[in-house]
Design a protein around this ligand. Structure first.
Ligand SMILES: [Fe+2]
Length: 246
């Protein structure tokens, strides 16, 4: 610790989300939201120093440089994961399009068959002993991050009859402050299941929803190795990447 926190430029406060660009708390097609949604009007909290500073993770940054790389999910000590290798990369930017450097990016996902390595997941699909399905990395000085992983499979989730989640990768970021915390999901372009997915569609604004979809990327595609997908993440502001549905 000990570094000076980066404060937002907009008068020391983060801009509030633009209407419709974040998930509706109450979205009945997403059945879980019916019980989770607040029943009382929200209380607007002012941004104080607690919200606009930290976490800094400086110790983690130091440790990370000494740790084995956790940004390649396809190679485990026991062997290589099964599935289609992909590269997922992008930049993390703040509300003023400035890079967010040295920030922790965590991912978790289902394997190629659409199953998580987790006791709760009892989907009748094979587990891959060489794919735990989670990783983390830090952005560089220009906000870039990069993961090598497996394209996740779609999976059923019993929200309604014949409900299937589109292929997706979960992301968690803290950014420079508590107010920039983001937990979201990245989708793949052209996935027909997005149109039927309440968790994707609970973000009312179409342009905001589109910010959850990665773009196929020739620039990061490696010949004979892996297709590239680009997913830029914006923490707060008018163009903010939406949170996942609650
Ligand atoms: Fe998931």
């Amino acid at each position: 610790m000990g570094s000076t926190p980066t404060l937002p430029q907009s008068g020391g406060r983060y801009r509030r989300p633009h209407p419709g660009t974040q998930p509706d708390y109450y979205y009945p097609p997403y059945v879980t939201s019916i019980k989770r949604a607040p029943t009382q009007p929200l209380v607007r909290l002012p941004h104080t120093l607690s919200e606009i500073t930290g976490p800094l993770f400086q110790d983690l940054v130091r440790q990370h440089t000494a740790m084995p790389k956790a940004c390649d999910l396809t190679r485990q000590p026991s062997g290589n994961a099964i599935g289609e290798r992909i590269i997922v990369s992008g930049r993390v930017l703040d509300e003023n399009s400035r890079p967010v450097a040295n920030t922790l990016v965590e991912v978790w996902q289902a394997n190629a068959a659409g199953r998580y390595y987790h006791d709760v997941d009892q989907h009748n699909a094979p587990l891959d002993p060489n794919f735990p399905g989670f990783g983390h990395t830090l952005t560089d000085s220009q906000g870039h991050y990069r993961f090598v992983t497996i394209r996740p499979g779609e999976y059923p989730w019993r929200n309604h009859y014949n409900a299937w989640r589109p292929a997706h990768i979960h992301f968690s970021l803290f950014g420079p402050a508590c107010a920039t915390r983001l937990v979201t999901q990245m989708y793949f372009p052209g996935d027909p299941l997005m149109a039927y997915d309440p968790m994707f569609n609970c973000v009312p604004d179409e342009k905001a929803r589109a910010r959850l979809i990665s773009a196929f990327d020739w620039e990061t595609t490696i010949p004979e190795q892996a297709l590239g997908y680009r997913f830029d993440i914006i923490l707060r502001g008018r163009e903010a990447t939406p949170m996942e549905g609650q």
